[in-house]
Design a protein around this ligand. Sequence first.
Ligand code: ADP
Ligand code: ZN
Length: 639
Amino acid sequence: MNDPKKKKWLTITIIAFIAMVIINQLVVLPFVSASGQAKETTYDFMLRELEKKNITHVEINGEKIYFKLKESKPDKDAKLLDTLLAAQNNNVYVTTAMTDLALVERLYQSGAEFTQVNQKQMSPIVSMLLSYGCFILIYLVLMRVMMKKMGGGGSVMSFGKSNARIVANDKVDIRFTDVAGQEEAKENLKEIVDFLHDPKKYEQMGAVLPKGALLVGPPGTGKTLIAKAVAGEAHVPFFSISGSEFVEMFVGMGAAKVRDLFKQAKEKAPCIIFIDEIDAVGKKRDTAGIGGNDEREQTLNQLLSEMDGFDGSKGVILLAATNRPETLDPALLRPGRFDRRVPMELPDQKGREAVLRVHAKKVKMADTVDLVAIARSTPGASGADLANLINESALQAVRAGHDKVQQEDIEASVDVVLAGQQRKSTVISPREKQVIAYHEVGHALTAALQDESAPVHKITIIPRTSGALGFTMQLDEEERFLHTKPELTARLVTLCGGRAAEMLVFGKATTGAANDIEQATRMARAMVTRYGMSDSFGMVALEANANRYLGGDGELTCSGTTAARIDDEVIALVQDAFQQASKIIAEHWSALTRIADQLIRQENMSGEEFKKLLDEELETKRLAAQEAAGEGKENEVSE
Ligand code: ADP
Ligand code: ZN
């Protein structure tokens, strides 16, 4: 929560408190009996005061009579102390009623106001609850009024029942063309747009579209933007709410909010509901059961049941965004819920150029500006960073007195915008980029040059959501459940390929291989202790995996000496793999440098591109070898 918000809460609280005190005086105290401070007195005292017409209010409650005297004028007969006491007790007295039929008549004559309350005397607890009830009521009313004030304006409306800003936008003017790059995501979401255009078509086919899609990616990659674009393209209303807003509220409010949200959406269907930061509500529920956040769980359960409850053909589509998909409760990802995942990664160089172009249209830009160069100099920047960069450079242009944005304005802004970003997101130096590229190509080469290895699907040196600086993805043609020993060995070699390439090219180890090392070690250990793949142990289970379901590590079921031997085996396996990887890479040095160069330039490389480059290199190598062999033969012949 930011500061102004906090201030607002404080104001509401203070106002509500003051209002409560006032209301307490005005409403609660006139229930004379409720004050609980009535002074016991005698019946004849009351009658005498009545005679003097000093009584203003009387309340007959069962056999008690409460009465209130006028502000006591100093009575010369009364002792000072009595007067003071009377004043302090609000002049309220209580006496026991007599069977006095004439009382009503006398009260009437005296002009006192009187009522009969046929209840037990209100207990102090009830009166306390009453005043706190007032407090909470005032609080809620005030809050609603203030929220309304904030949410108002334009086509945006806030719903009465919702204190969280459920923002409904009937007309969204954002289109897919406003989202630069992210072609894969757009392709993914086009089907949803098509469905919203013409749900009948799908219904007739008997096809059920997923109810929800999860947009996964780091902040600023355009998740909100693309969700809006889906609504814009489909010409349907757009509801948005942030997950954190569900949780900030009072107990029980989150679930109500979810219900409210879905109710509103169903009325407006077809429409898009967008939940930003869904991880705030959708975090894994505590398995331990204690210390869990009940409010959040209730909200999550409500969300799940609403998702199950609505019929997809009605055309309510849920889009949610997160940058931490691994923290989500698995229940959210089950079929029929957010079963479609749309990755939104940081843009590569081409993507950055595209984002710059989209935003450059919004400002006056000189024709001489070279956006390609800008894109090249901003690796790691997100779409939002780049949008910000263009805006900053427009400001810079004004400051510099230019009539259009010049290259120098943008270049000056790069530092301003990205220096601020450096701590937040990963902006990588050219030198690091080089190391990362060679590392990844090392993985890719070792993967591609071993028979038992899955083909390379994609290489990237754009930092991932997971924190990895680069990534080489292999994809098996089909899902595999059995793995052979040569396959696992090949995988080990591939895992070593990154560090091996770094060592060969730069001669220095970096921390970039930490994850590889962890994976390789775990794999080698499993080969020895669980899969019976080491020659010296054979088919002996050396590990009892007691806690597999909870992902716990196995426990060794062997003596200390055996444990030491296991360690030796594991080390030997990994070392062999490293040797093997180094050999492969050294033999294909020119392929390594050529592909790495290309990767540094374009940051993303598809499996096909990689294969094409590698095949060319292998062909050159083969021809060279043939020539060498041919020359050798010729020499032999000539001799
Ligand atoms: P996220 O929801 O992923 O955090 P947003 O959608 O809020 O990111 O992006 C913030 C802003 O950054 C957008 O309003 C837009 O101006 C800019 N932006 C981000 N990604 C893109 C993109 N791919 N194309 C164009 N603009 C983008
Ligand atoms: Zn690696």
